[in-house]
Design a protein around this ligand. Structure first.
Ligand SMILES: NC(=O)c1ccc[n+]([C@@H]2O[C@H](COP(=O)([O-])OP(=O)(O)OC[C@H]3O[C@@H](n4cnc5c(N)ncnc54)[C@H](O)[C@@H]3O)[C@@H](O)[C@H]2O)c1
Length: 239
């Protein structure tokens, strides 16, 4: 992708799933990639994104950067009536507050330097309601609103966009399915399959590149048609 080679890229939660594929894609594009994660590993800076002090300390180590992909996230399936304060705090802190601490720490450097790109991983859960994920839905919807506000404040120096994946077959997601459940979910997606982490990684690479220089404040949905109709089931006969 045009303009990516040599860029310094930070991916949060980049040790598994979409984050790992995204880190690899940016390496393949000739970027220097730093992963912020809670677990140690090569090229990893230890960081819980929900802890602002850890985020600031991690960005001290990162130094100058061009791109950040806010990928770290967590969801817990639970009826809304049963959500505990601990669960609510964990889901909101990781998916929303953490993304803000990371964006803020990155933008403070980007605004002083040559600018940059911030990409936030929201979800189709930000756009339509889903049962049993009230905290996650609220956090991801907040992330979409946050994206638009930051895009306005930091334009024209920093571009800020949100990506809303639909179902993505990451190892963690796959572990939640029986083979029958996977077939059933696929049957409700118009393209009849989950996205791959590599497809999301390609979208992040595009949005970070010069090819996407006119994207800011955008909410880009990649969901195989899941939310295209008025029924998430893929469209019934119509009311
Ligand atoms: N898989 C899907 O179907 C799907 C759909 C829509 C959106 N998403 C979003 O995509 C992102 C990646 O999800 P995934 O499916 O690859 O899941 P995943 O669980 O494989 O990856 C999430 C990563 O975030 C890390 N993480 C969690 N809390 C953290 C914290 N406090 N600090 C630092 N790292 C933390 C985890 O350790 C993990 O490496 C998430 O934001 C998720 O909400 C996923």
């Amino acid at each position: 992708m045009r303009g990516l080679a040599g860029k310094r890229v930070v991916v949060t939660g980049g040790t598994s799933g979409i984050g790992a594929a995204t880190a690899q894609r940016f390496r393949d594009e000739g970027c220097e990639v730093v992963v912020l994660a809670r677990t140690p590993g090569p090229g990893v800076i230890r960081c819980d994104v929900g802890d602002r002090l850890q985020v600031d300390a991690a960005f001290e180590q990162v130094g100058d950067l061009d791109v950040v992909v806010n990928n770290a996230g967590v969801s817990v399936r639970s009826p809304a009536a049963d959500i505990s304060q601990d669960q609510w705090d964990q889901v909101l802190t990781t998916n929303l507050s953490g993304a803000f601490w990371v964006a803020q720490a990155a933008a403070r450097r980007m605004l002083l330097g040559a600018g940059g790109v911030i990409l936030n991983t929201a979800s189709t859960n930000a756009l339509v309601g889903y049962r049993y994920y009230a905290d996650y839905n609220a956090a991801k919807a907040g992330l979409v609103a946050l994206t638009k506000s930051l895009a306005l404040e930091w334009a024209p120096t920093v571009r800020v966009n949100a990506v809303c994946p639909g179902y993505v077959l990451t190892p963690m997601q796959e572990a939640e399915y029986t083979p029958e459940m996977l077939v059933e979910v696929n049957s409700r997606i118009p393209l009849m399959r989950h996205a791959t982490p590599e497809e999301l990684a390609g979208l992040f690479a595009y949005l970070a590149s010069d090819e996407a220089a006119y994207f800011t404040g955008s909410v880009i949905v990649m969901d195989g048609g899941e939310t295209a109709g008025s029924m998430v089931s893929g469209g019934g006969p119509g009311a």
